[in-house]
Write a new protein. Sequence first.
Length: 717
Amino acid sequence: MKEKKGVKNDIDLDAEDMKTLVRLFKEYYKEQKGEDFPSDPKVQMMEAVKAVFRSWDNPRANVYRRMNDIPYSWGTAVNVQPMVFGNLNEKSGTGVAFTRDPATGEKKLFGEYLINAQGEDVVAGVRTPSPIDKLAQDMPEVYQQFVTIANNLEKHYRDMQDMEFTIENGKLYMLQTRNGKRTAAAALKIAVDLVDEGMITEDEAVLRVDPKQLDSLLHPQFDAKALKAAQPIGAGLAASPGAACGKVVFTAEDAKEWAERGEKVVLVRLETSPEDIEGMAAAQGILTVRGGMTSHAAVVARGMGTCCVSGCGEISMHAEEGYFELGGKKYNQGDYISIDGSTGKIYGEAVPTVEAAISGDFGRFMGWADARRTLKVRTNADNPRDAAQAVKFGAEGIGLCRTEHMFFEGDRIKAIREMIVSETVEEREKALAKILPLQQGDFEEMYRVLEGRPMTIRFLDPPLHEFVPQKEEEIVELAGEMNISVERLKEVIAGLHEFNPMMGHRGCRLAVTYPEIAAMQTTAVINAAITVSEETGTMITPEIMIPLVGEVKELKFVKDVVTSTADKIIAESGLDMHYKVGTMIEIPRAALMADEIAKEAEFFSFGTNDLTQMTFGFSRDDAAKFLGAYYDNKIYEFDPFAKLDQEGVGKLVKMAAQLGRQTRPDIKLGICGEHGGDPSSVEFCHNVGLDYVSCSPYRVPIARLAAAQAAIKEKNA
């Protein structure tokens, strides 16, 4: 209707236009529902109440709950209240405001309002509103009253407030207040400032920041040099900070689909709505044509820690034709753009990014967290670069170094393949001798980066078929290099085929079959530890982890290979070096037999990825195909590979921890699956008395904060 009349805002339509719209809406209602729109106000109200109750079970609400750990069983409630009219006349209006800036945390009133409008107009971003301080000119008395109320609300709730208000004919009405959503940077600043203002304690401050939010502080920003050279093609509102670069997509479905195949995308929309939640979560950033700083896109992006630029009215959208125009140029779906959520600028190219700098409030806040947690935090890292990054983020060691990840580079893979096709122990040892110095060099580099921090090294775990070529041309090339026939190599590859390789010839089973692999890896670990201990003067205690154990005898078999090799090398070195041999608890039988296994294992590390897979009896690679149906039918509420199943898998972890300690009271207990960086799983690990969690480098601060919150909650309880 607005396009037809050539006007911009709803209020520019006259009474006849609105009557036409009402008629069209009523016709549409009848077409959809098969009955007339109800004219009885009580019926209308009850239908609206039912609609709110139904909203608890719509797909986007279910996705939102999974993202925020909200149980389905909680249900929702409905408030029925009389409302006032913000669209009565030019002395009426509506707005949303925060007591502090939700993007930066700065202590100043931040918000927007519209004259002669309803609340939905501000939130939906249909019209671009005025900043709240302009209200001081439009309605000075109302503004002063609002400032007083805002200050009182913040003092009462001792947190930054997000308030909605309506002005009817010059009179102010407060509709609601709640603790406001904020970016990670704002959350830190507000928490620290509230402590300095004497409003909350350090314990309360630590509980105020969602650990998952820290993620957005740790990821790259635009490279300053590249940014200087890049020319902005337009600008919107800096709605949620950070930098995003990716390919243009126009629908939430495309954003999700493209992200699943590894593409980085920027979701470009007229405005977002709750239906877009999955696409918004999948995108690197969000760009909207309409909407202010309190629109749906801005608020949701800030909560997710996703970069967002909103209200870029210069964009001419042609989403159905697959393009938009800005700055005199056409941008098609799949073209690269970059957006800066801290400045609102938009770039029509891929702008490179650099690492985020962490300082100030972050350091002080994390100091409070570290002083309160009892759970140690390590990292999963297989190379010096990741190890250094994790140490920078506060990791206290490495909880999982996957040695197989070191075998895929350059000549190493050739030596591994040579070992696989070997027919005798001597041939295998000859091939392994080529890998030994390379693996030892890797461990030395890791030990240097760690500067005395512990490292748990997991011996070779995946099935051997992962190391052999599958393509014809690669097989021919390898056969030539190894001086064997193509037929012979194909026989070896066929012989490695397994129907269920993840439950096949892998982990400790490889070392039982080929003890020389364990001997070579032990030699590399112990020699590296000796070299770096002598270099630095700090004695290293190597931690060797035997994977996939389910029976104490197989652990003892491999452990005997390790100890005989290690003891000989240490004796020859003349150093007084100690080492530990432990295992990864990732098979349900190992958890059940943990008291027996602890007779040989000096530490347990729970590999919850495989433990989850084997306990549930489904593959983490294939589960995504059917988990959607399980969510829809309320069988599962979350992905058990992302958030630990505390009732089932958790029961095994708890049982194994108790049984292990019965046999060996000083046994070290940790967790190294991806659950080690999930806040609710970290809290569980604290509660069952594990010594540490281990997670990917960028999740280390998340785990540190989650561990502190778990300790504070336990103390408060």
